[in-house]
Design a protein around this ligand. Sequence first.
Ligand code: NAD
Ligand code: DAU
Length: 353
Amino acid sequence: MIFVTGGAGFIGSNFVLDWLAQSDEPVLNLDKLTYAGNLKNLVSLEGDARHLFVRGDIGDKELVLELLGRHKPRAILNFAAESHVDRSILGPGEFIQTNINGTFGLLEAARAYRSELPESAKNAFRFLHVSTDEVYGTLGPNDPPFSETTAYAPNSPYSASKAASDHLVRAYHHTYGMPVLTTNCSNNYGPYQFPEKLIPLVISNALAGQPLPVYGDGQQVRDWLYVSDHCAAIRRVLEAGKPGETYNVGGWNEMANLDVVHTLCGILDREAPRAGGSYRELVTFVADRPGHDRRYAIDARKLERELGWRPAETFETGILKTVRWYLGNQEWVRDVQSGAYQDWIAQNYRDRE
Ligand code: NAD
Ligand code: DAU
């Protein structure tokens, strides 16, 4: 069995679904079900004995220890986190709590559990920590992309909290011999992404005829990766990654935000035409994100060279699948947009106009 944390969120639920589509090895899924966690993502696994869901906090060491002792997983994959940069700017406390203290609690439980394992299981055990390219800070237009040896320089409370968790994971390898693996990935997109992040926000605002908010001049660059490619990279690192190593994961697909928004408008103009004009007319420039990183780019050659991973999707294929998924799953969108979502939108966009 593998033990996944945050498996009801965007990437975690895609990972669990992909894993069980390819393997019969059961998944123990621990998720706190914050605003970003949604069991509807996993509805296709209802009644599937290979998926065991537990609601709880990664920082609850007693709970985690009890689950580890009872189910004896061969690996922990830590997806659980507070993940939205804008939320970390308006309220950093939860990010410190989950991303730093939570990861610490999980590592402590893993250390205690592993210490009781027989030697062969101890050596085979893995703690895989899912992290982000944002820990490396920001790049100038002509800088080389982030590699595994780029110095950490996080700029937001979110990225600082992820950097702290990466350092804790690293320290548990060096100090306690924990067989850890860390992945640092670029921006993901695809099914089940919560519509507060750029791509699903633009799709759902466009369909509702609402403004498409572009921060600042829209020339910030991100490297976009389709979520199932990220999941495949994580499976490969779990299978063959070298304990103590970090692996950068990226899509070789740098794009300015405004180009991403225009691409989405073009697809929507074809797939769900709007009466009276193009969706582009809804693009609205709004006040920038404080401390907004200008450019991220990932050098993913280590993962390709050492473990043979490359993304299967191009941005063109992945983004079309994504738009079609959102068009076909409007009920899922409506469901997550009820209640507290509206408060967040009001809070984040109120002072930007
Ligand atoms: P998400 O916000 O969609 O999901 C996070 C999940 O973690 C939710 O299900 C939430 O309920 C759960 N969670 C939060 N706090 C918890 C806690 N204390 N205990 C247990 N569960 C908790 O995030 P995501 O976009 O799926 O990101 C998953 C991981 O991948 C994060 O660690 C993030 O930093 C990393 N990452 C994300 C991206 C991206 O583009 N989304 C890119 C690179 C890395
Ligand atoms: O790089 C990996 C990171 O990608 C992950 O670690 C984070 O968990 C994930 O949320 C994502 O962070 P970003 O801040 O890059 O994602 P977001 O979708 O919030 O924003 C993408 C870009 O679009 C960013 O430059 C800000 C901009 N943006 C975002 C929103 C929500 C806008 O211009 N308008 C918006 O309304």
